[in-house]
Design a binder for this molecule. Sequence first.
Ligand SMILES: Nc1nc2c(ncn2[C@@H]2O[C@H](COP(=O)(O)OP(=O)(O)OP(=O)(O)O)[C@@H](O)[C@H]2O)c(=O)[nH]1
Length: 189
Amino acid sequence: MSVKKDAMSGKDVRNGTSKHFLERCASTNEYFDIAFKVMLLGDSAVGKTCFLVQFKDGAFLAGSFIATVGIDFRNKVVAVDNVKVKLQAWLTEIHEYAQKDVVIMLLGNKSDMVSERVIKREEGEKLAREYGVPFMETSAKTGVNVELAFLAIAKELKHRAVQQPNEPKFQIHDYIESQKQKSSCCGFL
Ligand SMILES: Nc1nc2c(ncn2[C@@H]2O[C@H](COP(=O)(O)OP(=O)(O)OP(=O)(O)O)[C@@H](O)[C@H]2O)c(=O)[nH]1
């Protein structure tokens, strides 16, 4: 999962001032303060669409698998410390290089498929350590850690965008370690 910053749409959220000019998301009708783009990257069938649907609608898309062709585009607004952050997700292969300040997280999805596990949790943790990114195992089916993955990204982005001078830096690794549910994984997003 990776995220890059979007334009602030002309709102004044600098230094955490309370001057938030709420905008409304056209597709969900929800108000938000700041918007960021989220991209889910991974091999076909690892569960990117299901992961997003679980986060957005709280439901699992069971049944026959239809590969996404083109861009699958959804919006969701999450609240972080009273700031409404809009996350847009682009589900497709993204032929674009990430910006330097991109926020990246490694997810091992399908953690509910215990007996069919093909990748050890330790392997995921090792890979994440090599790249210096947070890692967690998730399940789009049961919902384990789905909300947390998006919330951690939203918190990191919000803290970067609306950082108070005396506020301690948000530690995404620590936050995830304290919040994540351990489970048993198969495909990497
Ligand atoms: N058991 C289980 N099955 C899952 C999970 N996530 C997705 N699936 C199943 O895996 C298959 C592929 O899921 P998709 O979400 O369509 O995969 P995708 O990564 O979006 O695939 P592309 O569109 O080809 O990129 C579907 O049959 C889903 O029902 C999960 O967490 N657990």
